[in-house]
Design a protein around this ligand. Structure first.
Ligand SMILES: Cc1ncc(COP(=O)(O)O)c(C=O)c1O
Length: 406
């Protein structure tokens, strides 16, 4: 976590209230540049495409654009956001299994697209047939096994790749890119294997004129030691990923005339550590020997990581009578038993204390349903200044889509 001082917390409480998301803007930029510089030093044609779904806060997406990052989107909603922020189609990567109505216009504007399934390929072929004077281009997302212990449902099975290439050729669609993305495989070995497999496909299918190869996302980002130790594998840093993964591209393309752009699509890697969440203790109780600490937020605020690991936390006492706790559960305001934000808390707390959670940037506010309560605000801290970047949701925000007269 980036962390707050007691004085900052006091200021945040009086200006914006708690709970609240806190985006640390300067540190985010530093991390972005470190990732980009490390990889570009090894393979200059490296390009970051920021994964909107991970955290589509417009302030963050705009910063990525200013830093030169592309937008990686998986729906028309996210596509619209990228366009609204001023992206040209050429810097938008349209991924995902269910593309909306913008796909065709995107292709006409030379946007980057990765086909996820055969029906989408057929849709593109029909479109190319209807527009014989246009050079329609697309990439293909491929699906292969990284030994991650599950079968991914995304992308084209490698056994179908040859057939698909032929289909596109028949319809005069240019295949300009190759894409893969596998979740739950963040370690260095699965990443080495991604690069090796993708380069193997280039050789096998003679794809020497590709404009880009995307390795998707799912690298570990930076994190505090207390989170790191909860993972069973080593956490590689950017240099290790660079040498093991990007290095393969530098080697493979060193004597080749056409060097494709190498994309990755970081979401978590870029944003996770740079959003903290501040909550407050509402109550403390013991039930049949189990201690529970109730917070004024829910597990939905913190994203999926808090269901698998204990996020880094810091406690700010407000001076009330402290209760000593052993293996307590920090729980949320919903009526769900699984609304647990932290397990096995040991220490002292009192009602009114603040708890700051770190590593909350990914799949948190974008994945917060309007379940029981609307969401809280988000602020950014930039050069020490606090600014509201998302107001709190209201009753009206939640209920305006319903028809009241029926
Ligand atoms: C195609 C694609 N790209 C990028 C991402 C972002 O991954 P992460 O948040 O792990 O960086 C995802 C996440 O599911 C994805 O499906």
């Amino acid at each position: 976590m980036i962390g707050l001082s007691a004085q900052q917390i006091e200021e945040i409480e009086s200006k914006f209230g708690v709970p609240v998301y806190i985006f640390h803007s300067d540190e985010f930029v530093e991390n972005y540049k470190e990732l980009e510089n490390t990889f570009q030093k090894i393979y200059p044609q490296y390009q970051i495409c920021y994964s909107y779904k991970t955290n589509y806060t417009p302030t963050i997406c705009r910063m990525v654009k200013q830093l030169g990052g592309y937008a990686e989107v998986v729906s028309d909603m996210e596509y619209e956001l990228a366009k609204k922020l001023g992206y040209s189609a050429k810097k938008i990567v349209y991924n995902g299994p269910c593309k909306g109505k913008y796909l065709e216009a995107h292709l006409l504007e030379n946007g980057i697209n990765n086909v996820d399934r055969v029906e989408e390929a057929e849709r593109i072929c029909r479109f190319a047939d209807e527009n014989p004077d246009k050079n329609i281009k697309t990439g293909i997302r491929v699906n292969f096994d990284l030994d991650a212990g599950y079968t991914s449902r995304f992308g084209i099975d490698l056994n179908l790749l040859g057939e698909l290439l032929l289909l596109f050729q028949t319809h005069h669609v240019t295949v300009n890119g190759l894409h893969c993305h596998m979740s739950r495989a963040r370690g260095i070995e699965p990443w080495r294997l991604r690069a090796k497999t993708m380069l193997g496909l280039v050789e096998r299918y003679h794809l020497y004129e590709l404009e880009y190869i995307s390795l998707g996302s799912g690298m570990f980002g930076k994190m505090d030691c207390e989170l790191q130790v909860q993972f069973p594998c080593d956490i590689p840093d950017y240099t290790e990923y660079g040498n093991g993964v990007v290095g393969q591209f530098a080697e493979f393309y060193k004597d080749k005339e056409i060097k494709p752009t190498l994309f990755t699509e970081p979401g978590t890697t870029l944003i996770s550590k740079y959003v903290d969440f501040l909550a407050k203790v509402e109550g403390i109780k013991t039930v049949r020997g189990r201690e529970f600490v109730l917070l004024n937020c829910s597990f939905h605020n913190l994203g999926e990581t808090c269901q698998m690991k204990n996020l880094p936390i810091r406690v700010f006492h407000q001076g009330g009578g402290l209760t000593s706790l052993t293996n307590a559960r920090l729980v949320g305001y919903t009526c769900l038993e699984q609304d647990v934000l932290y397990r096995d808390f040991c220490g002292e707390l009192s009602v009114g204390d603040y708890i700051e959670f770190g590593n909350v940037g990914g799949y948190s506010l974008v994945d917060k349903p309007p379940f029981i309560q609307p969401d809280c605000p988000m602020i950014a801290i930039k050069e020490g200044k606090q600014e509201l970047i998302k107001r709190a949701e209201t009753f009206e925000d939640i209920f305006k889509t319903f028809r009241w007269e029926i």
